[in-house]
Design a protein around this ligand. Structure first.
Ligand SMILES: Cc1cc2nc3c(=O)[nH]c(=O)nc-3n(C[C@H](O)[C@H](O)[C@H](O)COP(=O)(O)OP(=O)(O)OC[C@H]3O[C@@H](n4cnc5c(N)ncnc54)[C@H](O)[C@@H]3O)c2cc1C
Length: 492
């Protein structure tokens, strides 16, 4: 019988990040997954700046950067002509230490997180499927079926569903998962593509009828191709690669040859979100809580962000650093973002794939040149970066936020990144627990309701000047949460 304070069901990227966070705060837990190990498939490719910032706090950002690469530009091929090449490069310069769109496939992200867990003395129980879940007086019970055929019951106080779109925890909770399933069937294929254009950029092929996208992957001429399934095979169970190859070569619009492929699949895109991310002491995290189209490369990143948000709160409760009420802020903070994400990715998806005239007009006429124009304007470029990179996510309406502000920065916002000669603001946030930054004197400040670790830093000299320029107060204090969001700003 396993007795554990926290049972994490599922060790995809979300479950692995949650486990890694719990280890960081020294909170005991168990993590299980049916699979024999991390995924062998590339799956998600885009790693957003906010994820890299979170990796930095875990100490694994550098390893991630060494394994992946920056997407340099996006090219639009509209009805057979290259309409625009929009440089991405460092579109978020000054906003994040990672001001670009980074490519590192999901299997590599999972490997980094798995290794981080192991380096902290943890382990993942692979080959262990949760086949039953029930309630007990003080938590949840369940049954694990191991890959060798043996079975073991478990009991936990907190149950966390990280089991992906078909989450067994969500089914057990009978949590409605409302939304829709799109009509079109999408294909995805990791291919070797020889063509006349250079690599390291995204390629969007937009025709009146077809939509194809190619994302660069590591390795010579390796791309992820996605698109709508050709109508003649829509509805069939199996999809031959020869047919896909023909479809890609016929519709790409430039001279290109598909010379190999690692895997391909097809699926219907869902846009759905759970009615609540919490029920009692059970939580839904990642794809278990929200699923949407791959538009914008947000899925894996959002799951990782959910796990970072829940991780320190669960650890705080288990370690006796905070009242259990803090857990309610997980749903308050992450669900509104999930709702917005599912809605916007649904709209973006419709524009890219619909055969109706208006979406077609937008994608063939407005989008290619519109995006190039948007990126010429500093404010619009910054807004676009902040939105896609998830660095704009804030929790101003959370019960943990008190409405305090300094200039543009408000309680609940991501703590800003800025640098000065020899330092940068994120180095203050690399420890475990809350951080109190004191500006212009010794303001005494505590974190109400928190008995866990708190680090106090006096900000002076060049650092204080840079902080002032970034909108922080010249005199007073800023209390920063363990997940690098501002909690309170005190100005004198
Ligand atoms: C082709 C493709 C491209 C994508 N591109 C991107 C992208 O560019 N950027 C992006 O951010 N996202 C992308 N995504 C989405 C991304 O892959 C998912 O959002 C991400 O995998 C979700 O992670 P998760 O850990 O929440 O769920 P999953 O990765 O689905 O992991 C769930 C885990 O739970 C385990 N599990 C399930 N049931 C049980 C059980 N009963 N007992 C024990 N274990 C169980 C499963 O074995 C699995 O390992 C893409 C997805 C696909 C398929």
């Amino acid at each position: 019988m396993i007795r554990t304070p926290i049972m994490i069901v599922g060790a995809g990227p979300t479950g692995l990040m949650l486990s890694s966070q719990l280890h960081r705060y020294g909170a005991p837990h168990t993590i299980v997954d049916t699979k024999p190990g991390i995924t062998q498939l590339s799956k998600a490719l885009a790693v957003q700046a906010r994820t890299l910032e979170q990796y930095r706090q875990l100490g694994i950002a550098e390893a991630a950067i060494n394994k992946g690469f920056i997407a340099k530009n996006v090219r639009f091929i509209v009805n057979g002509t290259i309409k625009a090449t929009v440089p991405f490069g460092e579109i978020g310069a000054g906003l994040s230490p990672y001001p670009y769109l980074f490519i590192l496939e999901q299997s590599q992200n999972e490997a980094l997180l798995r290794d981080d867990i192991i380096s902290k003395g943890g382990n993942i129980q692979w080959g262990s499927e949760v086949v039953e879940i029930g309630r007990s007086e003080n938590g949840y019970t369940g049954l694990l079926k191991r890959s060798d055929g043996s079975q073991e019951p478990f009991h936990c106080q907190y149950l966390v569903g990280c089991g992906g779109a078909n989450s067994p925890v969500r089914h057990f909770l009978q949590m409605p998962f409302q939304g829709k399933t799109n009509e079109q069937t999408f294909f995805v294929a990791d291919i070797t593509l020889e063509m006349e254009l250079d690599k390291h950029g995204l390629l969007l092929v937009i025709n009146n009828k077809e939509f194809l996208a190619f994302f660069p992957m590591s390795g010579t001429n390796q791309y992820r191709a996605i698109g709508i399934l050709p109508q003649q095979v829509n509805g069939e169970d199996s999809l031959s690669f020869d047919l896909l190859k023909k479809h890609i070569e016929q519709n790409i619009g430039v001279r290109a040859k598909v010379t190999g492929h690692a895997w391909h699949s097809h699926y219907r895109v869902h846009h759905r979100i759970a009615d609540s991310f919490q029920k009692g002491n059970a939580f839904l995290v990642g794809d278990a809580a929200h699923i949407h189209s791959p538009a914008g490369g947000q899925g894996m990143n959002t799951g990782l962000g959910d796990a970072v948000n829940l991780g320190w709160k669960l650890a705080a409760v288990i370690n006796g650093w905070s009242e259990t009420k803090i857990l309610e802020s997980y749903n308050e903070e992450r669900r509104p973002f999930g709702v917005q994400l599912v809605h916007t990715t649904d709209q973006a998806f419709t524009i890219m794939v619909s055969r109706k005239w208006f979406p077609r007009f937008i994608r063939t006429r407005i989008l290619p040149l519109g995006l190039a124009t948007v990126l010429k304007f500093n404010a619009l470029r910054r807004l676009m970066f902040k939105t896609i990179s998830q660095t704009r996510i804030g929790y101003r309406n959370s019960s943990l936020s008190d409405g305090s502000r300094s200039g543009e920065i408000r309680s609940g916002d991501r703590f800003p990144w800025f640098q000065w000669n020899g330092g940068n603001s994120f180095d203050w946030l690399s420890g475990v627990g809350y951080v109190i930054l004191r500006f212009g004197g010794k303001t005494e400040r505590q974190v109400p309701g928190w008995t866990g670790p708190v680090q106090t830093i006096d900000v002076e000299g060049a650092a204080a000047k840079a902080a002032l320029a970034a909108g922080l107060p010249s005199s007073g204090a800023v209390v920063v949460r363990p997940d690098m969001h501002v909690q309170t700003i005190v100005k004198h």
